[in-house]
Design a protein around this ligand. Structure first.
Ligand SMILES: [Fe+2]
Length: 147
């Protein structure tokens, strides 16, 4: 069964630019649900998958820039997850073009699983790092003042 991903507080990481990108990624993703009864070779399905791939690249590079700006220590591992997603969506595009028997459900299951898992684990990890750092620098300032 296909159910749209609902944007909710539990998916919020608390960093505006990441949340905005994730919201838009989910919006694009939800377009697939409209085509649940279509043949996967139908043009609208391939257009959505292609759009998904293109948009994801834009959002991922935005997020990667953010990670570099805050000196995120798990940058490469995180970037690798993005890469896997891009490769998988590119492979799905090729499947669709080759009229392989991938169904909208297969595409849907893969993408929804990835998106939710990635936001809840990898993206939230960035927010935890930023939060921890903020506390640490406040603590630094406080100790400097004390001396
Ligand atoms: Fe990410």
């Amino acid at each position: 069964m296909m159910v749209k991903i609902k944007w909710s507080r539990s998916l919020c990481v608390g960093i505006a630019e990441i949340d905005e990108s994730n919201k838009q990624l989910i919006q694009t993703f939800n377009l697939i649900e409209k085509h649940r009864d279509d043949d996967v070779t139908a043009e609208p399905v391939s257009l959505v998958v292609e759009q998904m791939r293109k948009n994801a690249s834009v959002y991922f590079s935005r997020e990667e820039r953010y990670m570099r700006n805050v000196d995120y220590p798990h940058y490469y591992a995180h970037k690798d997850e993005h890469k896997q997603f891009r490769e998988k969506t590119a492979a799905l595009c090729i499947d669709v073009m080759n009229r392989k028997k991938t169904t909208p459900i297969d595409i849907y299951n893969y993408l929804s699983g990835w998106i939710i898992d990635h936001i809840l684990h990898a993206d939230k990890e960035i927010a935890r790092f930023v939060e921890k750092n903020r506390h640490a620098s406040r603590h630094d300032l406080a100790t400097k003042k004390a001396h």
